[in-house]
Design a protein around this ligand. Structure first.
Ligand code: NAD
Length: 299
C-alpha cells in the first residue's frame, strides 16, 4: 500500500536520483522532473511518474522536494513568471535539499509563505554513497512544526536529522561544514602528494595517517589518491561524486557569509582559490577529490 503524500521530486542528479530512489523503495508515490532525459529515465525505470515540466510535476503534490545545483536554479524554479509557486496546491510543504545561499533560502521561503505554503531548507551531508545508502544527514532550517511534517520523508532518505534554526540556518550550517570539508580534502591531498613525492606508498601512508592524528573524513572515507580505496570517485576517474564546481560554489557561499558577518576565513579563502584554479584548468566537472592532481608533482 502506498503512503498518502504525493511527492514531486525535481532535480535527479548525482544526489537527487539516489534520494528519490529511496523514497520509491519506501513506497511513496513520486512524480519527477529533471531537464536531463537520462536522469528522468533512471527514475521512471524504477517506477516513478515523469512530468513534462516542473509546473506539471507539482500540480497534485502535497510535498515538493528539490535538489538543484545552486541558488540561481532554486530561485528560478520557484520564483518569477515561470516559477512553480503558483502551481503548488495550498498547504503543501516544500523541502529544498540543494546547498544554496541562506538569503536565497529565506527569499523563497518568504514567497512560499505569502502563498500559504510551508518551506524548510534541508541541505544534506554524506555524499553520493550516503544518498544511495539512505544514510544522509539533513541539516534543517525552518520551523519545528514544518520539520516534523518533513521528518518521515527525511528519515526515508537519511539517518541523522538536525534542526539548525530558522529558514536559512540549515544552509549556514551546511556552508560551514563544506568549507571545513574543502580544507580537509585539500590538506589530505597535499599530505598524500608530499608522501608519494618522497617515495611512500599512498595506501601505506593513508593507513598510517588514518590511525594517527591526521585522521579525517576525506582520508578515511573519500580518499583522493587513486587505488587506495574502492568505491570512491578517485578510483573511477573522479566521476560520480561531488563536482569541483559544486565545491567551488560552496566555498564562494562561505566567502559571502564571511563578508556579511566580518568573519575571518583565511583557510577557506585559500582553498576557494585552489578550487578556482583547478576549475579553470578544466577540472570543474570532476569530483572535488581530484584537487590531488593540482597538488601532486608532474609525472
Ligand atoms: P548534479 O549536477 O549532479 O545534479 C543536478 C541536477 O539538477 C541535474 O540532473 C540537472 O539536470 C538538474 N537541474 C538543473 N536545473 C534544473 C531545473 N531548472 N529543473 C529541473 N532539473 C534541473 O548535482 P548534485 O551533485 O546532485 O548536487 C545537487 C545539490 O546537492 C548541490 O547544491 C550540491 O552542492 C549538493 N550536494 C551534493 C553532494 C554530492 O556529493 N554530490 C553532497 C551534498 C550536497
Amino acid at each position: 500500500m502506498s503512503h498518502q503524500p504525493k511527492i514531486a521530486f525535481i532535480g535527479l542528479g548525482n544526489m537527487g536520483a539516489p534520494m528519490a530512489l529511496n523514497l520509491l523503495k519506501a513506497d511513496y508515490q513520486l512524480t519527477v522532473f529533471d531537464l536531463s532525459a537520462s536522469a528522468l529515465k533512471t527514475l521512471t525505470d524504477a517506477g516513478a511518474k515523469a512530468a513534462s515540466d516542473a509546473q506539471a510535476a507539482v500540480q497534485s503534490a502535497n510535498i515538493v522536494i528539490s535538489m538543484l545545483p545552486a541558488s540561481r536554479h532554486v530561485e528560478s524554479l520557484y520564483l518569477g513568471d515561470t516559477g512553480i509557486l503558483p502551481h503548488i496546491a495550498d498547504g503543501a510543504l516544500i523541502i529544498d535539499c540543494s546547498t544554496i545561499a541562506p538569503q536565497s533560502a529565506q527569499k523563497v521561503a518568504q514567497a512560499a509563505a505569502a502563498r500559504g505554503l510551508a518551506m524548510i531548507d534541508a541541505p544534506v551531508s554524506g555524499g553520493t554513497a550516503g544518498a544511495a545508502a539512505g544514510t544522509l544527514s539533513f541539516i534543517v532550517g525552518g520551523s519545528a512544526a514544518n520539520l516534523e511534517r518533513a521528518r518521515p520523508l527525511l528519515a526515508a532518505m537519511g539517518k541523522n536529522i538536525f534542526h539548525a534554526g530558522d529558514n536559512g540556518a540549515g544552509q549556514t550550517a551546511k556552508i560551514c561544514n563544506n568549507m571545513l570539508l574543502g580544507i580537509l580534502m585539500a590538506g589530505t591531498a597535499e599530505a598524500l602528494a608530499l608522501g608519494v613525492a618522497n617515495g611512500l606508498d599512498p595506501k601505506v601512508l593513508s593507513d598510517i595517517m588514518s590511525k594517527s592524528s591526521g585522521r579525517n573524513w576525506a582520508l578515511e572515507l573519500y580518499n583522493p589518491y587513486p587505488g587506495v580505496m574502492d568505491n570512491v570517485p578517485a578510483s573511477r576517474g573522479y566521476t560520480g561524486g561531488f563536482g569541483t564546481d559544486l565545491m567551488l560554489k560552496d566555498l564562494g557561499l562561505a566567502t559571502g557569509a564571511a563578508l556579511g558577518s566580518n568573519a575571518s576565513i583565511p583557510l577557506g579563502e585559500a582553498v576557494r582559490n585552489l578550487y578556482a584554479i583547478h576549475s579553470k584548468a578544466g577540472a570543474g566537472g570532476l569530483d572535488f577529490s581530484s584537487i590531488l592532481n593540482l597538488l601532486k608533482p608532474a609525472a
